[in-house]
Design a protein around this ligand. Structure first.
Ligand SMILES: O=C(O)c1ccccc1N[C@@H]1O[C@H](COP(=O)(O)O)[C@@H](O)[C@H]1O
Length: 234
């Protein structure tokens, strides 16, 4: 079990944008991406995903990174969950040394509030909560306001009728031009080295999250594409 009582900030205001590279499964790639300056690496804790990684394998990566790297180079370790129970999330956070959780299913604002209490009750302090919303229209955006008191950041992803995430689909960015929730928010969904400059030009997100746009196959990142993405986005 890893010590997860670290205090890394989810939004570093000294930097322009917070960048998360998601869907990591390999230690060497996680280390390389951290050294490139990514603020966070994400692990998909969703058994049905082709990018699934179990808590033992995550712990093997996070513990090696914590042992090897200076604090400055250490990214946030974010676990992505879809409709998992609070008990399962807390257990994975504790075991795998996660510093944040991304809720990518149908979790309610009350669930986020209860999760916060349970994390603290279990001495899992400073674990950030990010609520992902899959938006297709303005109604989806209005829903975002319900979460802002209970989360550290919102993440907007593209809607897909069959998949929860990692779809490579983009949101209609024009719809997001006046999106200004009361908490930080990150843009996700189909970002890539080819389109990230245009995304940045169109929306004022505090952070960016990319997965399939920088990989060779599910869970196997293309480090050249990651470097290209970071060179534009950071
Ligand atoms: O990547 C997955 O397989 C996944 C599965 C279940 C929930 C979320 C998932 N990924 C998240 O999807 C978005 C966007 O990914 P992409 O860049 O469009 O491929 C990202 O937040 C991932 O964390």
């Amino acid at each position: 079990m890893t010590d997860c009582k670290t205090d890394r900030t989810i939004i570093d205001k000294t930097r322009n944008r917070y960048i998360k590279i998601c869907g990591l499964t390999k230690l060497d790639q996680a280390m390389a991406i951290a050294n490139m300056g990514a603020n966070a690496i994400g692990f998909i804790c969703v058994a049905k995903s082709p990018r699934y990684i179990d808590k033992q394998a995550i712990a093997a990566i996070t513990s090696r990174m914590m042992a090897n790297q200076t604090d400055q180079m250490l990214p946030d370790f974010i676990g992505v969950f879809v409709n998992a129970s609070i008990a399962e999330i807390c257990e994975t956070v504790s075991y795998a040394g996660l510093t944040a959780v991304q809720l990518h299913g149908d979790e309610s604002p009350e669930f986020c509030k209860d999760l916060r209490s349970q994390l603290i009750n279990q001495d899992l302090f400073n674990i950030k909560i990010i609520k992902a919303l899959r938006v297709k229209d303005d109604a989806g955006l209005n829903q975002a306001q319900l979460f802002t008191d209970h989360v550290d950041a919102l993440l907007l992803d593209a809607y897909d009728p069959h998949l929860h995430g990692g779809t490579g689909k983009t949101i209609n960015w024009q719809m997001l031009q006046s999106f200004q929730p009361k908490c930080p928010w990150w843009l996700a969904g189909g970002l890539s080295p080819e389109n990230v400059a245009e995304a940045i030009a169109q929306v004022a997100a505090d952070g960016l999250d990319v997965s399939s746009g920088v990989e060779r196959s599910a869970g196997d990142k293309d480090l050249e594409r990651v470097a290209q993405f970071l060179a534009i986005a950071l």
